[in-house]
Design a protein around this ligand. Sequence first.
Ligand code: ARG
Length: 312
Amino acid sequence: MLKEKGGQARRPINSQETPLQKDPSMYGSFVSGRRALLAATFSVIALAACGKKEAPPAPAVAPASTPSVKTYTVGTDAAYAPFEKMSPTNEVEGLTVDLLKAVAAKGGFQVKFVNTPWEGIFKTLDSGERDIVASSVTITDERKQSMDFSRPYFDAVQLIAIKEDSKVSRFDDLKTLKVGVQTGTTGDEVVQKLLGKTNPNIRRFESTPLALQELAAGGVAAVVADNGVVQNYIINNPTAKFKSVSDASFMPEQYGFAVKKGNTELLEKINKGLDAIKADGTHDALLAKYFGPKPAATTAAPSTTTGSAPAK
Ligand code: ARG
């Protein structure tokens, strides 16, 4: 039986996070515009409510959702900022949460996020402990054998994290070095191809932040992981003095929401919601909120991110 992860113990170590975008003001105007609109809407509702003196007091608890609106349990390994992480009040938050909540609103369902260890996370679909795995999961042919995926919602690629003074300039340079990965991720797979599956130089960690901490401690010479997480870590942990290197051999990856194989009812709802938020601009806006106007994977030149370059 898989347990819910203790939020505190597993909180990412980079607690002081700043958004990845280089220019927060670009999205700021959008956000404040939306907030202003929301605020205005609420005050109109509040005024309307005040006008109706005879209206019965609002029930303390919102009426239960209509029977057809199901609540699905979502498993996520919330040590993966800015996609999924634990908030100071122990809630799962991040881009994945924002996206799936928007998808659910359009797809006609509700979601409840549960912090779930990455190792064994896919088994929770078959066991019924989770209905959806939303955890920056790359859609792969191998995984498609044992679970079903929504249409893709995010483009990603592997990235090598190294110390600023490292001589590593391409993936091949890692052949003889100790390399940290999160167990069972696509980063793990990519490194296996270079070093060999059973090579003891592959150091496997239960979370990506733990692998990156080991890089800071000098226990590994590099970490290979998803670009968004590596870049976010570098920007939010400047004292670690990391930089990143991309490699042309890394294949493009796409994240999808996973459900139990054959759960077409839920998959259709997710895809319907996803199509809707792509069509109405919500998807783009949420990506921009975390990554600036363009997703990290599609920015023009593969560049080197350094912790010392302030994210202004
Ligand atoms: N995208 C990679 C994969 O699917 C890593 C995902 C890890 N996600 C997480 N929340 N730890 O293998």
